[in-house]
Design a protein around this ligand. Structure first.
Ligand code: PSU
Ligand code: MN
Length: 323
């Protein structure tokens, strides 16, 4: 076993055979979250997208590991049947760091957010994770204190998260401030701007820019040499052909956020509510953009994971399994 394979903490964690084999042989693995399946996209597009994203990762030579809590077990890598069941589940819990142990202890089925997926990926020794957009500081957080646990998780857990920036329904300047305060490197991929999920440009410059998966893998290797340094956020802009310009999104986002406030939606219900309303207000166009950016992130994450796995093998003397 490679020393990079962290011990699995308990019998609640179930690795699919494919993921277990890939981990044992040092093959590239990419973690995928599941809140986007249960709370981010409507059925059946959610199931279809989850399958497509997994094949995008395989096409780059990596193994996908979609993560979810099923009947009290934390699954890392889902079978087709398990994926289907989750996508159709009506009452799946949305599990962030605060919810995961509760869901497992009470035998529930739930999806994992960016924060909970990072925890699970780290427990299984998976270093790279693809999602759509991370949670962040909500607008009006100075009153509501609504700041996603995703930011705290990025600060503490050594996983590289590839996302299309943060959702533009958040307060993006405050989100970047918190990431900086909590010591999270934010690297925009192939651009100087911090992307805004549906739009390529937020008007904010990204702290750092890198242009190849190799550069990002090198950054991860250096961070790994300093235990306790937490995660890295790679901000990958949505492909041009699928983007909705920020000027077009602004009104839609304002309307959706205002409606959520008017109805008193709060806490973990805010993001799913606002996303569903934006889907309606854009006549479904936001969903097509969402699918395109998740696939784009999955491809980049797989390329980074392949570089990272190669770097791990180069660092391990041939034939030996210790590092
Ligand atoms: N991206 C999407 N749809 C989603 C999410 C991200 O396109 O539903 C989810 C992610 O799982 C993210 C979560 O971690 O929303 C953030 O929720 P909160 O703000 O409650 O932490
Ligand atoms: Mn929140």
């Amino acid at each position: 076993m490679s020393t990079r394979l962290s011990p699995l903490p308990n019998s609640r964690i179930v690795l699919s055979t494919e993921v277990a084999d890939a981990r044992a042989s040092g093959q590239a693995v990419v973690a995928l979250e599941s809140t986007i399946i249960t709370h981010g996209m409507p059925w059946p597009k959610n199931a279809e997208t989850a399958r497509t994203v997994e094949s995008d990762i395989r096409a780059q030579g990596a193994v996908p590991a979609t993560i979810a809590a099923l009947d009290g077990k934390l699954h890392i890598g889902l079978s087709e049947g398990e994926m289907e069941r989750l996508a159709e589940a009506k009452a799946a819990m949305k599990c962030s760091r605060a919810d995961l142990a509760f869901a497992l202890a009470t035998g529930r089925t739930g999806s994992t957010t960016v924060a909970a997926t990072m925890m699970a990926a780290d427990a299984a020794g998976i270093a790279v994770f693809a999602t759509g957009g991370i949670g962040g500081v909500h607008r009006g957080a100075q009153e509501s204190f609504d700041i996603s646990a995703d930011l705290e998780e990025l600060a503490r857990t050594p996983v590289c998260v590839v996302a299309a920036g943060a959702k533009a329904l958040l307060d993006l300047p405050k989100t970047l401030e918190v990431l900086e305060t909590r010591g999270v490197p934010v690297v925009a991929y192939g651009t100087d701007d911090f992307p805004a999920f549906w739009s390529r440009v937020s008007g904010l410059s990204a702290p750092y820019r890198m242009d190849t998966p190799e550069e990002i893998s090198a950054l991860l290797a250096v961070r790994r040499g300093f235990p306790g340094h937490g995660g890295v956020l790679v901000a990958n802009p949505v492909p041009e052909t699928a983007e909705i310009p920020a000027s077009e999104m602004a009104g839609v986002i304002d309307a959706a956020v205002a409606e959520a406030a008017k109805r008193g939606i709060s806490g973990k219900d805010v993001t799913p509510f606002v996303l569903a309303l934006i889907y309606e207000l854009t006549g479904g166009r936001s969903l097509e953009t969402n699918i395109a950016l998740v696939r784009n992130n999955a491809r980049l994450a797989a390329q980074i994971a392949v570089c990272d796995a190669q770097a791990g093998k180069d660092a391990t003397p041939s034939g030996s399994s210790g590092a």
